[in-house]
Design a protein around this ligand. Structure first.
Ligand code: WTA
Length: 657
């Protein structure tokens, strides 16, 4: 059962502060003069959205067969874009740059966690992808087949994704921090034929493994996987299933460098990416080719003011998340940019690692998450001060609301008080950035994602779906189809309609609360459903509750996302133990590990509180709002709808003990 709180509930007093934000930073004359995109773009897009996207698509992409249609919205909420066109994503990301004489341009500077490095030019990366495409085909992979990808942040991840796209196979990346169980359920849902993984990776100077989770996931029979391709990354010993497992070097390494990319239909599926929703089972978000590539490429150029000949772009997201799909794997390469790819964490071997990388590769555009920025703030500004960050000319933020204080710190300490900050709002489902300033046009404002991009119809509406006035809050919706929109949930059209299109008639409901300020800028206020945002990672309260109650000691569980200074939100669980279970210090550790095993380490609750009862309405819904008050140390709000109004006292009493 989901308890939907209103946006106003979520924002509380903070709203007043938001609305009085008066600091604004206009682009410098020089920045504006050299910007890729000018202000006229909004009017052009408004005049005819589908035509605008059609023009962008022709400009930014090379179609194998040109399209004659743009949008078809005759069967909402199922959209098609550029339906009669054919295109190959890998050809657009690779071959065409080589053909245009840019084969020697660096595509990827890879920085490994232990400090090893590799550089791939466009010509080299094209060759690697052709080899991988041949190797995957030799293993029986064909157009339309699904491939589960469970890899660390290494170039083979990008190579794998592009090789799949090249042959029309559909990749489904599972973040390396997910458990064997989570991996198995995603493999099963997509009926993946091939798994691409690595022996492991490195975390904070130590080897950490991946292959054992794949072995565990495939240990029970009845799965669809025929082969597992294993990249040798950290040299750990691995178990080997003869006939099933093959080393990357023995297959891809030996394959031919000749491979011709053919065009696939614009609406051919490109990938599935699972994300948490309000119910327990993760949803396989489906993206297709032509529209997705158009909007990712356009937004990457427009929002980051990309000058591919001179910029060095670094998006710090893992390829396991949508940001690592759109702004590591696809858009930068489609646009012919040079980018940095980093395997490790910001604190290893020291807290200056990010800034060392910026200095070393002369990163000019940095795209990271507020949780990282708040961590850097905590570590102190002397750390970045030791490095030359003068190459930076633009900063991006994504994944959660960025508080004005962190925004100001980012601008001053990392951006040298001059680099514009683009706060970008979007989702796995939207495929590409939807709301963000245009850095050569918009005066940026700390804390606000600001303006729907040209060609994007974002609105804030009230309970009944009516637009709210400037100065008011409500729900973020999207009123018109957009090119990179999800095309559905893998195998479940009804769930797609229910989840996104049923709350407000004819509008896509994003699940976020938002507000227009008096200037007409959008402020994102966080999720209004049962989705939590921990360090920019989406986690479902229900999914973690299910994991907890699957443990024999737990009778009932309720999970909330409590405000956390660094991670945005933290997972706090309230559990009722079964009569027979004893409450001791170990139970908390046991349950945390159990969640880690069921879902993955990222989902482990920060705090688990053992309580005698949970607050429920008469209809049996858990009132998470009240638990959130407890978790955040606030006076408990209105509890009048509780079936038993002594419950909150019982909880308070048990926590005092
Ligand atoms: C949140 C990540 C505020 C939001 C690209 C959204 C943000 C969810 C921002 C999607 C932002 C993302 N400001 N909130 N700039 N960017 N969010 O699918 O709640 O992992 O619904 O996609 O993250 O998370 P997802």
């Amino acid at each position: 059962m989901s308890e939907v709180t209103t946006a106003a509930d979520q924002s509380g007093d903070a709203l007043e502060n938001l609305l009085t934000e008066s600091r604004q930073f206009a682009p410098s004359v020089e920045f504006a003069a050299n910007a890729v995109i000018h202000g006229g773009e909004y009017a052009k897009a408004n005049a005819d959205r589908p035509a605008f996207w059609g023009e962008k698509s022709r400009e930014l992409l090379t179609w194998s067969k040109p399209f004659t249609k743009t949008l078809d919205w005759s069967n909402p909420p199922f959209a098609t874009w550029f339906e009669d066109g054919e295109i190959n994503a890998a050809y657009n990301a690779l071959d065409r740059h080589v053909e245009a004489g840019n084969g020697d341009r660096v595509a990827i500077y890879f920085e490994g966690e232990p400090g090893d490095t590799r550089t791939y030019t466009y010509a080299q990366l094209t060759e690697e992808v052709k080899k991988a495409a041949n190797a995957f085909e030799a293993l029986g992979l064909a157009k339309g087949d699904r491939v589960a990808v469970y890899l660390p942040m290494i170039p083979e991840a990008v190579i794998t994704l592009l090789a799949c796209a090249r042959i029309g196979a559909i990749h489904s990346v599972v973040f390396g921090g997910f458990s064997a169980d989570a991996l198995r359920s995603r493999i099963d849902d997509a009926e993946a034929k091939l798994v691409i993984t690595a022996d492991g990776t490195f975390r904070r100077g130590k080897p950490s493994s991946l292959k054992p989770a794949v072995d565990e996931a495939l240990s029970a029979p009845g799965h669809s996987v025929q082969h597992v391709v294993v990249v040798k990354r950290n040299g750990q010993d691995v178990n080997w299933a003869e006939g099933r497992d093959v080393w990357w070097d023995d297959t891809v390494g030996q394959a031919s460098t000749e491979h011709t990319a053919v065009g696939h239909a614009s609406e051919h599926p490109l990938f599935i990416l699972y994300t948490s929703g309000t119910t327990g089972k993760p949803k396989g978000i489906l993206h297709t080719t032509g529209g997705y590539l158009t909007q990712t490429a356009y937004t990457h150029r427009a929002v980051f003011d990309l000058h591919p000949e001179t910029d060095v772009f670094w998006c710090t997201a893992d390829v396991g998340w949508v940001t690592g799909h759109s702004y590591v794997t696809y858009a930068p390469l489609i646009n012919g940019a040079t980018q940095v790819m980093y395997e490790g964490t910001p604190d290893s071997p020291h807290q200056g690692r990010f800034w060392e990388i910026v200095e070393k590769y002369k990163v000019s555009i940095l795209y990271t998450a507020p949780t990282a920025i708040r961590t850097f703030m905590k570590w102190g500004e002397d750390i970045p001060a030791k490095y030359d960050l003068s190459s930076i000319r633009l900063l991006g933020s994504v994944g959660e609301p960025i508080n004005p204080e962190a925004w100001m710190w980012y601008r001053r300490v990392i951006g040298g008080d001059k680099a514009p900050i683009v706060d970008t709002w979007w989702q796995t489902e939207t495929g590409a950035i939807m709301v963000a300033p245009l850095p050569g046009v918009t005066s940026t404002k700390p804390g606000s994602a600001q303006v729907p991009l040209p060609g994007i119809a974002v609105d804030v509406v009230d309970e009944l779906g009516a637009s709210v006035q400037h100065g008011h809050g409500g729900y973020l919706v999207i009123r018109e189809p957009w090119p990179a929109m999800l095309r559905g949930i893998w195998g479940d059209n009804e769930r797609y309609k229910d989840t996104y299109w049923s709350r407000f008639d004819g509008m896509y409901f994003a699940g976020d609360g938002a507000k227009w300020d008096e200037d007409g800028d959008v402020w994102l206020l966080g999720r209004v459903d049962d989705v939590m945002n921990v360090s920019g990672h989406r986690l479902s309260t229900t999914e973690i509750e299910s994991a907890l109650v699957s443990h024999p000691s737990v009778a009932e569980a309720a999970v909330v996302g409590a405000a956390d200074e660094t991670t945005g939100q933290a997972v706090v669980a309230f559990v009722i133990l079964r009569g027979s279970a004893v409450e001791d210090a170990d139970i908390v550790t046991t349950l945390r590990n159990h969640v880690g095993h069921e879902i993955g380490p990222i989902a482990k609750p920060k705090t688990i509180l053992v309580v005698p009862e949970l607050p429920k309405t008469r209809s049996g819904k858990i009132m998470r709002r009240l638990l959130k008050d407890v978790a955040e140390g606030r006076a408990v709000g209105d509890a009048s709808t509780l079936a038993d109004n002594t419950v909150m006292n019982q909880i308070a009493e048990s926590l005092r003990k």
